[in-house]
Design a protein around this ligand. Structure first.
Ligand SMILES: Cc1cc2nc3c(=O)[nH]c(=O)nc-3n(C[C@H](O)[C@H](O)[C@H](O)COP(=O)(O)OP(=O)(O)OC[C@H]3O[C@@H](n4cnc5c(N)ncnc54)[C@H](O)[C@@H]3O)c2cc1C
Length: 428
């Protein structure tokens, strides 16, 4: 809408101040400006939307094909919190907005949406240009260091240059602590804490899983197209299936990184390592392996077990499995029936010792954050401070890899921006 006016105390005044220029902040700022609010967006870094620019390897996996119900389920038990934001703004809104801005999307692997240009910058520019078009102001290198509340209501913010800005609402879209080189920090969480909000414990998510077993680390560089991982926390079983990569610290690839947050939390809660079961080929259970092994035995009885297994897995992995099973130098015809049973049990689920995930420096997202019970899902306004709204990764919700977190940031940003504008303008 407009440039800033002057507030009661003689400082610049905006209806809404947005903290953070990631997808959540950009979407919130645009929604509020579009609704007629005067909006200032502040980013502490020199570059706006640095993490967004790096997302999806610079191509930005902006969303995926899931319907809202399946989308929420992927965020776990708390996923229902997202419903009002997804009802307010999901695919229809996002796709038509991007189309208006001349950003076309394409589908990859029949699941992930990317801009056709494969440039994350196009997504950033679409939001930033539209925001400026509605009169919004963007300031980089401006860190908000204090949010000031009077009589339970937001009244102003203070920035690192000691300047005050008066406002009716603040949208805290300051992201999480993951990947600090791309802007991850705890500054937004600290601001929320200073206003009485609870920050649930933080863990690295969308990150490699750390494994103690040396034989796993020795397989660095090997990948499996369809592996399975599972572990338990009490009665809950966490499991995933997909491409897996062995690394010098443990396991990576989509199959592993999607479980990282839950695993890190499990290790921390138990203050101990967690047993993780690795299925080297998720399509084969123990009985299927037994059939396969018996047929190998019938056809190639005089061959070494590891030679036969290397038809199914990379050599080094076949060798490692045979070493673990204790049949490295054995021909398949030499294995007794009970030994073959044990080998099949191992092939269908090797027990590993996991000691966490991360580090946060290499995590694509953070698990944990602002306690959801303290935020009204219908508006994303704080239940503790009038005029304070939240959006994006700062809230205690994290999805797996695959366009979930950016879509959530954009949807929650939109709801927070519309709600903040409604509140601020109704009070003018
Ligand atoms: C390498 C990488 C690749 C990824 N790829 C994908 C992908 O393809 N698809 C997907 O869905 N997700 C992806 N993610 C996750 C996704 O990028 C994040 O979940 C998303 O950016 C979160 O958006 P946000 O707006 O909440 O926070 P952010 O994008 O983190 O933005 C928050 C901003 O707030 C600023 N800030 C913090 N405190 C203050 C303050 N006090 N004052 C002013 N500014 C402040 C920060 O500097 C930051 O720029 C990826 C993450 C990484 C690290």
């Amino acid at each position: 809408m407009t440039d800033s006016k002057t507030g009661f105390d003689g400082f610049p005044f905006y209806d809404a101040v947005v903290i953070g220029s990631g997808p959540a902040g950009l979407s919130a700022a645009l929604a509020a400006a579009e609704s007629g609010a005067s909006v200032l967006l502040c980013e502490r870094l020199r570059t706006f939307g640095l993490k967004l620019l790096a997302s999806g390897g610079g191509k930005c996996n902006v969303s995926n094909i899931l319907d809202p119900t399946s989308f929420m389920e992927a965020f776990g038990r708390e996923g229902r919190f997202m419903k009002p934001a997804l009802d307010c703004a999901y695919h229809d809104w996002l796709f038509s907005f991007l189309k208006q801005q001349n950003v076309s999307l394409k589908l990859e692997n029949k699941f992930h949406y990317f801009p056709v240009s494969e440039q994350a910058r196009d997504i950033l520019n679409a939001f930033a240009n539209a925001f400026r078009h509605f009169g919004g102001t963007m300031k980089n290198e401006t860190e908000i260091t204090n949010i000031i509340v009077n009589d339970g209501k937001i009244s102003s913010v203070k920035s690192n240059d000691e300047k005050m800005t008066e406002c009716k609402s603040v949208i805290l879209a300051a992201g999480g602590t993951a990947w600090p080189k791309l802007g991850g920090c705890s500054k937004g969480l600290e601001l929320a804490k200073s206003l009485g909000h609870t920050v649930n414990p933080l863990y690295p998510a969308m990150a490699p899983i750390l494994i103690r077993n040396q034989w796993v680390r020795d397989l660095t560089g090997i990948s499996l197209p369809d592996a399975g991982i599972s572990f338990r926390r009490g009665r809950t079983i966490f499991q995933n299936r997909g491409e897996l990569l062995f690394t010098h610290e443990g396991l990576s690839g989509p199959c592993a990184i999607d479980l990282a947050g839950a695993l890190a939390e499990t290790c921390a809660r138990n203050d101990d390592d967690t047993e993780l079961i690795l299925q080297l080929d998720a399509s084969l259970d123990s009985a299927a392996w037994r059939k396969k092994i018996d047929s190998m035995r019938n056809q190639d009885g005089r061959k070494l077990v590891r030679t036969l297994l290397s038809r199914h897995f990379p050599h080094a992995l076949a060798d490692a499995v045979c070493r673990l099973a204790g049949c490295y130098d054995d021909k398949i015809c030499e294995l007794t029936s009970s030994f073959r049973d044990r080998l099949c049990t191992l092939l269908s689920g090797v027990s590993l010792c996991a000691y966490g995930a991360g580090p946060m420096e290499k995590a694509m997202a953070m698990k944990g954050g602002i306690k959801l019970k303290e935020v009204n899902p219908a508006t994303l306004e704080s239940r503790l401070v009038k005029g304070l709204f939240f959006a994006g990764e700062i809230l205690d919700l994290v999805g797996p890899c695959g366009g979930y977190n950016i879509q959530w940031a954009l949807s929650s940003g939109r709801l927070a921006g519309l709600s903040a504008a409604r509140m601020s303008i109704s009070e003018n």
